[in-house]
Design a protein around this ligand. Structure first.
Ligand SMILES: NC(=O)c1ccc[n+]([C@@H]2O[C@H](COP(=O)([O-])OP(=O)(O)OC[C@H]3O[C@@H](n4cnc5c(N)ncnc54)[C@H](OP(=O)(O)O)[C@@H]3O)[C@@H](O)[C@H]2O)c1
Length: 334
């Protein structure tokens, strides 16, 4: 099969190779991959910012494709089924454990930039009928995380959700929060991106360049009450403002670090407002399945900024690592 290998932790070390086709073992399914989608994680791996990696490796955690062969004992899928392999196949459901997160496609296991991959049947989720392979490939990391964020705060009609930036996680969170009937406040560096967010249902738009004190704006927009949920995708630059913007009893769902990983925060507002600060490491196959069911029920269309050919993989990575240019997801078709 044809594949793209990353031979070293640098964005210039991609090469096209031929490898033997993998075989589906007992309990496994062979998938003909058709698309991949990029996440910050893939860039971290390709820039040496993810510990424990061995090179060469086949990169990209997220993908989608169709069933090409069934291993012994697999009866729940048929050849030709359109599927999404979750990127952490050990984590079927329940709480996170070191074992659950030890195996990761595109990191410790072969990723999505290959024609074929063999994965456990138990790590597959069916692709909703209304989505194509490229759209399906965007779901495992970003949609699962956004789904867990919205669920963690029991978002319902009347809830207020604050989203930071217009990247993959924020835009899925916007779509899930609107499907749950919430009021969404979104902050971006770009008025044009904010307009696109408005078309997806965002109720209030804040340009965080023009209004750096976006937390005060959130308080104004909510008559001083604050947000029930802040999806913290940015980290260092925003954590203290997220705390300030949260309502009493609100949730800060901490997932991201696009601006850095250390933060100096005031403890008193956390205590006084009894905030829930929840860390999250994507989610399980069961979480992906739930997110996918919600996407199917509400006919949510993943928002994809650009689709690159597999030959243009280095350009796709460069685009994501530059940061801030895309809206939603970047994907690779093959
Ligand atoms: N722990 C988990 O479960 C988990 C899962 C998925 C992702 N993540 C992490 O979550 C983060 C976001 O992921 P992603 O895939 O959505 O990334 P992404 O697509 O690269 O989006 C990042 C966005 O952050 C916005 N941003 C940057 N600086 C900002 C600031 N100071 N204030 C507000 N927004 C700012 C930008 O939006 P504008 O261009 O609109 O300004 C940018 O497009 C990453 O750190 C990723 O590693 C964690």
């Amino acid at each position: 099969m044809k594949a793209i290998e990353l031979t070293a932790p640098t964005l210039t070390a991609f090469r096209q190779i031929e490898l033997p086709d993998p075989k589906a073992g007992r309990g496994e399914v062979l998938i003909r991959l058709r698309a991949a989608a990029l996440n910050f994680l893939d860039v971290a791996i390709a820039t040496g910012n993810f510990p424990g990696m061995r090179f060469p490796m086949i990169p990209v955690a997220d993908g989608a494709g169709e069933v090409a062969a069934l291993g012994e004992g697999v009866s729940q899928f048929a050849i030709g089924d359109r599927v999404i392999p979750h990127f952490m196949p050990n984590w079927q459901g329940g709480i996170i454990t070191p074992h659950n997160v030890a195996a990761m496609r595109g990191a410790t296991l072969p990723g999505s930039l290959a024609e074929y991959v063999a994965v456990p049947a138990s790590s597959l989720v069916a692709l909703p009928d209304h989505l194509d392979f490229v759209q399906g490939a965007t779901l495992p990391i970003a949609a699962t995380t956004a789904w867990n964020a919205v669920r963690s705060a029991q978002i319902r009609p009347g809830s207020v959700v604050v989203l930071l930036g217009t990247g993959g996680v924020s835009i899925f969170a916007l779509q899930f929060a609107k499907a749950a009937g919430a009021t969404v406040i979104i902050a971006s560096s770009s008025d044009e991106k904010l307009e696109r967010a408005r078309h997806l249902g965002a109720d209030h738009l804040i340009n965080y360049r023009a209004t750096p004190a976006w937390d005060e704006e959130v308080l104004k927009l909510t008559d001083g009450r604050g947000a029930d949920l802040v999806v913290e995708t940015v980290g260092e630059a925003t954590m203290m403002r997220a705390i300030n913007a949260a309502a009493t009893g609100g949730t800060i769902f901490t997932v991201g670090f696009v601006s850095g990983t250390s933060s100096s925060i005031e403890l008193l507002p956390i205590i006084v407002k009894a905030l829930r600060i929840i860390g999250n490491n994507t989610g399980s196959v069961a979480d992906l399945a739930e997110a996918t069911r919600a996407i199917a029920a509400h006919r949510i269309e993943p928002v994809i900024d650009r689709v690159f050919d597999i030959e243009d993989t280095p350009t796709a990575y460069a685009e994501l690592s530059t940061g801030g240019r895309h809206f939603g997801k970047l994907a690779i078709a093959h």
